[in-house]
Design a protein around this ligand. Structure first.
Ligand SMILES: C[S@@+](CC[C@H](N)C(=O)[O-])C[C@H]1O[C@@H](n2cnc3c(N)ncnc32)[C@H](O)[C@@H]1O
Length: 220
């Protein structure tokens, strides 16, 4: 598989995955179908989160006892499947994405996993969809994995919408290490946001070197 972590050798990456809960048939098929999309040049090979990150997010969702979750950037639905699996039966996950095509793949796998009634997709620009939600404490968990220059806005919009103790996860916050020497607007956006969040008293912040960097924010 395409490595997601620049910090691990391919052999250590395999070891990390072999030392975590293995994927079941639904996940294995979703990973294979998404890899085939990338092989045909129809999607980026690094869009989907790494399997060990998915397993971590599922465990974290369950450990937090999260009931209501939101995802910004769903693609073919792997990260959403992991979060949805960590929710209780009456829990809910709202997915924001602009692609009807990619989220159609996601829906097939959520249905196979028996999660269809736990997940709702809202198509359109995620900034607008998020802004349209009531600005009240709603979500116990949020995962942000969409346009990188939009992360600062997503974090601001999420703040009033998170429950006290609610956790926000931000993907790709190491940008392959380029946060130290930004090469693009996306790299600069994440480097600036990382610095701002470390000094923001509204959030308890840790940047975990998992995969391409996963920042965890807890609303104080
Ligand atoms: C990196 S992929 C998400 C991968 C997904 N979390 C997973 O693990 O499979 C980014 C997704 O964000 C969506 N996206 C990017 N910018 C967006 C925006 N402004 N509004 C809505 N969706 C957006 C893209 O359509 C794409 O599906």
């Amino acid at each position: 598989m395409t490595p997601r972590s620049f910090l691990l050798t391919p052999e250590l990456g395999d070891y990390v995955r072999a030392s975590s809960e293995p994927p079941d048939d639904v996940v294995a098929d979703l990973l294979a179908e998404t890899a085939a999309l990338a092989d045909r040049g129809e999607a980026s090979p690094t869009y989907q989160i790494a399997p060990e990150q998915g397993t971590f997010m599922q465990l974290l969702t369950r450990a937090l006892g999260a009931r209501r979750a939101i995802e910004i950037g769903t693609f073919t639905g792997y990260s959403a499947l992991c979060v949805a699996r960590g929710l209780p039966e009456d829990g809910s996950l709202l997915c924001l994405d602009s692609s009807a095509e990619w989220t159609a793949v996601a829906r097939r796998y959520w249905a196979r996993a028996g999660l269809a009634d736990r997940v709702e997709v809202r198509l359109g620009d995620a900034h607008e969809s998020l802004r349209a939600l009531p600005a009240e404490a709603t979500f116990d968990l949020a995962f942000v994995d969409a346009d990188k220059t939009g992360y600062a806005d997503y974090v601001e919009q999420l703040h009033p919408r998170m429950t006290g103790n609610g956790v926000v996860l931000l993907d790709n916050t190491l940008r392959g290490g380029r946060v130290l020497d930004p090469q693009s607007d996306d790299d600069r956006a994440l480097a600036e946001l990382n610095a701002a969040l470390a000094a923001d008293p509204r959030w308890e912040t840790v940047l975990l070197p998992l995969s391409d960097g996963l920042t965890m924010l807890r609303r104080r």
